[in-house]
Design a protein around this ligand. Structure first.
Ligand code: MTE
Ligand code: MO
Length: 329
């Protein structure tokens, strides 16, 4: 992540996360079943799905365990928040496919199931399915790689990665969520009062400086460009602020055009390093006005037990000699 420039992640540099290995699926044999609270239950082949009008959109996907702990032990930007990427996704609007089957009025959730050994199952609110969900077959122009769900995956822009079920084989339209493992024992946040936050869906605004970041070295004082990425599951990034004085003052970084909704935004700020030790950090503000919190602010609300959905600011310490390290580790 810290070596990569621009805003699109090349296919070979995607993170991957699978709970039951990568299945080998013959696309000619693959079927998607759509049933439950619909007028006409349907079974689609890949050819059927490719006959629907296609759509292409640029969005990020992020694992909600990015990083999966409340304290930042990682040394590099990749260690801390490497489980995010941005791609051009091509497929069919889920809304269109649901309309083909005809939703019954009681339809409130769609339970998606994968064809992997984990049979990963997740309940998706119907509003999201009718908003911008895609049944994806291609990523950055080429067919999905096996690791990314070939031949078909669900993709829910801005929602936690776990809900974007890969190797999609079944959509069950229901009135209630199923309370699967992925939305109860996993991917919920245990709060200090003993209750758990569930169905949080959205990935909140986040950013990180990637150059210069942990493990890199600024070899001389003088001009350096500070750059990094910012994203929000709620929409567009409105602003990224950067501090080079340990959070005492903040300046607006420049955002690279175009800034797209639920996508990675690249920010840049020119910096003249005087050679003294410094702490540099970025914070994202999205179009809803939400401001990325510090780790201390997050811990005050969530306590120390939580594991997922950590969107804290990650400051980097720049030593007099130019070495960059994690300022919170
Ligand atoms: N069927 C299935 N879908 C899945 C998973 C899985 O293990 N099986 N992993 C989920 C998780 S936890 C994440 S973060 C994303 C990762 O997608 P990627 O491997 O394309 O990055 O897929 C999700 N969809
Ligand atoms: Mo994940």
């Amino acid at each position: 992540m810290q070596e990569f420039d621009g805003i699109i992640t090349p296919n070979g540099l995607f993170y991957e996360r699978h709970h039951g290995g990568v299945p080998t699926i013959d696309p000619a044999q693959h079927r998607l079943m759509l049933h439950g609270l619909v007028e006409r239950p349907l079974i689609f082949t890949m050819d059927d799905l490719r006959r629907f009008p296609s759509e292409s959109r640029i969005h990020f996907i992020e694992c909600s365990g990015n990083p999966g702990y409340s304290k930042p032990y990682g040394k590099t930007a990749s260690d801390l928040v490497g489980l995010v990427r941005r791609a051009e996704w091509t497929g069919v609007s889920l809304k269109l496919v649901l309309q083909e089957a005809g939703l019954k009025p009681e339809a409130k959730w769609v339970v998606a199931e994968g064809a992997d050994a984990a049979a990963l199952t997740h309940s998706i609110p119907i509003e999201k399915c009718l908003e911008d969900a895609l049944l994806v077959y291609s990523q950055n122009g080429e067919r999905l790689r096996p690791q990314q769900g070939y031949p078909l995956r669900l993709f829910l822009p801005g929602f936690e990665g776990n809900m974007s079920v890969k190797w999609l084989r079944r959509l069950h339209v229901t009135a209630e969520p199923v309370y699967s493992r992925e939305e109860t024992s996993k991917y919920t946040d245990l709060l200090p009062d003993g209750t758990a936050r569930e169905f949080s869906f959205y990935m909140e605004a986040k950013s990180i400086i990637t150059r210069s970041s942990g493990g890199q070295r600024l070899n001389a004082p003088g001009f350096h460009e500070i750059t990094g990425i910012a994203w929000s599951g709620h929409g567009k990034i409105a602003r990224v602020e950067v501090s080079v004085d340990d959070g005492m003052s903040w300046q607006d970084a420049q955002l690279q055009d175009p800034v797209l909704t639920r996508a990675l935004a690249r920010f840049r700020l020119p910096w003249r390093r005087d050679g003294k030790p410094a702490v540099i950090q970025s914070r994202a503000i999205d179009e809803t006005g939400y401001v990325q919190p510090t780790l201390a602010e997050l811990l005050a609300v969530r306590g120390e037990n939580y594991f997922y959905h950590n969107n804290a600011i990650w400051p980097w310490r720049v030593a007099a000699g130019g070495e960059v390290t994690n300022a919170l580790a």
